[in-house]
Structures are given as C-alpha cells and as structure tokens.
Design a protein around this ligand. Sequence first.
Ligand SMILES: [Zn+2]
Length: 514
Amino acid sequence: MAAQETYDCDSVSESSSESSSEFSENTFAHIELKEGNTYSSEKNFIFTVKKYAKQEGFQVRLGKSEKNSAGQIRKRTIICSREGSPGKTLNKRNRTSQRCNCQFTVRGSLNSSNGLWYLIFVCLEHNHSMVSESSRRFMPEERTIPIEVQERILLFRRAGCDVSTIRAILKEEFSDIVTWVYDDLYNFIYQKEEIKREFDSDDFVKELERFKSQDNEFCYEVLINPETNELQQAIWMFPEQKLNYCQFYDVVVFDNTYKTNRFGMPFGIFTGVNNYGQSVCFAGTIMCDETAESFLWTFNSFLKMVNNYSPKVFLTDEDQAIIKAVDLIFVPHGTKHALCLWHLMKNVVKNLNGTLGFKWAEFIKCFYQCLDKYDIDEFLEEWNMLKTKYPLASKYLLKMDKNLARWAPCYNRKLFMADMSTTGRGESMNSLMKGYMDSTVSLTKFLKAFESALDQRKEDKEFAKFRENNKSTALLTASPYERQASELLTQYALAKTRKQLLQCMSYKSEEIAR
Ligand SMILES: [Zn+2]
C-alpha cells in the first residue's frame, strides 16, 4: 500500500461547538494522553488533544498525516504550536516568532480492523513555560467570536458604531464571556468589510465632495487610476488649515510615518507651529505607495492648494524618494529642504545602537558634540574623525554624508526653524495623530475624525489665547526692545525672545576698526 504523505499546517481554529454526546459528559474530567488510548474517530482524537492542550496551557498545530490508497487519513501527528525553528517562519506583522523547536508530539493511528484510533506515540515534553490560568483567555482558541455575537457586531456596524464602542457594548451585554481583544473585533469586521473596500474609496471621494459643497474654501485633489477606477492618492485642506498656513508657513514638516494598515494606504500630514508654540496641521494626504512619483503628485497638489506659496523651510524624513520630489517641486520655489533631526536621530539609534554595542554610549556623546559645532570646518573635522574612530558605524555614517547639508545644524543655523527640530515637537504631533488614527475603521469616517481633531486643536489655541489675555507680563529688563516685544508677541514667543535678550547681555561687544 503506497502511503501518501501530506503536510498541513492549518492552525487549529474550529470552534468547540462540535462536541458530540460521547465526550460532552466528561468535559470537566482531567485528560491524560497515554500510548494505547483509543478514540472513536480522528475528529475525536484531535478534539481530545486540543482539550488537553487547553487544560495544560499551550496550543497545538496539526502536523503530518498519512493517507491510505483510498485517500482516507490513517495516521495523524499533532504538535505543539511552538514546534519548528524560530528563524523560518517570522511573523509578517511584527517580525517575531513563537517557535522554539518544542518537541511535544502525539500521533494517532487508525486500526482498520476495528475502526478505532489508537494513540501510538506520545512525547509530552515542552521546552517552554505554559500559559498561566489568568492569561488563557488571550489564547486564539479562546478568542473565537460566537455566531450570535458576530451578528450583533455586524448590526452595530450598520448602525455606525466604531470598534471601541462595539466592544464596550458587548462587555455590558455579555460581561463574563467577552474575551476578544480589540484586534479580534477589528479583524472580524475588517474581513467582513474588505469586500466593500473598493467602494469605500469611492465613498471617500464623495465625502470630499460633500465637504466642498458645505464650504467652498475646503480644497482637495484626488488621483484616480484610469484603468481600475480606484483611488490612488488624495490630499485635502480644511479652511482653518489654509488660514493657519498663510500665517505659519515658515517651517513645514512633512511626516508620512503614520502607516494606516487599517486601510492599506500610507497617511501623511503637513504640520507647522503657531505663535503659541502649538503644532498645527496644514493638510492631510493618503497615497497608495511611497515612490518618488507619488510624492511628486502630493507636493505638486499641495503647492496648487496654497497658490504656489511654497514653504520657506521644508522638513522631512531621510527618504530618497521624498528628497527627489522636494528637489523638483519645492526647491525651485526657493524652499530650503532640511532633514528632520528627530527622524534622523531615530534612525541613528535604530541602525547603530545594536552594531556598536558597548561603544554606543561613548559614540552618541561624540555624535552630539559634533552636531553642536557652530563652524562648518570644525564640524567636518569632527565628523570625519567619528568615521575613523568607529569603523563599525562608518558604513552608515558614509550614507549620511550624502545629505550632510540637509541635516547638520551648522549648515542651517541661519534658518528659522521655529523649534521644529526638537524631539518634543515630533512626539506631540505623534500623540495627536494616534488619537484619531486609532478610532477609525473606514476611510470616510477617517476624514470626519480628522476634522474633529482639527477642531480640538483650534480649541487648544483659543484656550491658550484666553489664558494669555488674563495674565499680565512683568518686564525682566529695562530694555525698550523687551517692552515693545511684550506688547506684540505671545507669551511663548516672548519667552524665546527674552532668553536671547538675556543671553546677549553676557557678551562683551566692541567696535573693530576696519
Ligand atoms: Zn510546546
């Protein structure tokens, strides 16, 4: 008899509702797996092993099976979900693997004379710890959503509820059985709604049109693929954003690091800082990919929306496609392109922290000292020294050489950066974005959430204004310059001015003969 070998890796996901009368009576009995145990069918064998795994606190995966000439499965191996080498199957999403070569294996075999399944091999050893009683509810097996609850979820969706609201309602309704985490609900809804995704992008364009019909000052541009009729790119600007841009276009940061895998499209924002020191968002954009062509379209559309008033300084991430597009679109309009130090430092840490190991602390200290150099020649001298002193880092540092004039502070010290190169700024924008990225599932709702986040920002500004109007300013110096500044500037800008005013008093100045 030619045994046919098949290998299936389907993770065990059938719901436990399949329980038949023969094993439902001892549901709570302690299960043991011993060679020689018998089961009425393969299904019963698998079910018992799954129950055992649940009882002990681990998960199983179906391993190899053998079929007889009639195509009937006659041998079945079940292994621990952590069997296998960690390198081979990196999880696509977070690049980690649960696998640790665990040896747990049980094998069942069909006895053709009596039709029973016999446990013929048992190895119950694990090389990892079991999931504790309190965390078992997070195991995938425990997180399948019952059919009746699935129907409730779809009903709530039709009524327009977002995922966190649905979860809150379900918790009220079925408190003790709600074990599904936010992602389970989200994935379930997303799978159901994916079929409608192409229509969703249509709806998104309609939503943009609707905003325009309500306020003619609202502007947007879309790029539709002529062949597939699908939305490829979009950019939009609310009237309030336009006003802000007219006032604060000195420094604009473009950040596209917000990955909206919820819609499968990268999302980017143009931001700046207002005279209260608050981050203000100028425009939002979504794009189907991150090629130079896509950035060209985005930046060109942005320029069109702001009547060719190009930003004075444009700060971005260190990305070749972005750099290329900025050089073609903004630079000819007199914009100075600079790389965001915040992003740059994030990349330096990411790329060199591990490589340098124990030398990292010393390196980063030298690196900061180098950044502090005021004079270009002095900077270059230190920078080149850094490359020879840390050969392990030199490859990455050489790559940074290409854009030196775009990021090294000594090249940009004459530029007004409005505090944008500091870390705190980037982080405050980050938390603002996260706020409205997490709350939305569909593209159309996303735009609505975007608008309400802008409203929130507007209110923050009004509040800052209110606080200032109710504060009187005591002058620190007798300088008429400070007096005038205190009448014109906001507290935020005044504090910055004062700092410089006081600093300049610590220098001695004298006239030099020509
Ligand atoms: Zn194991």
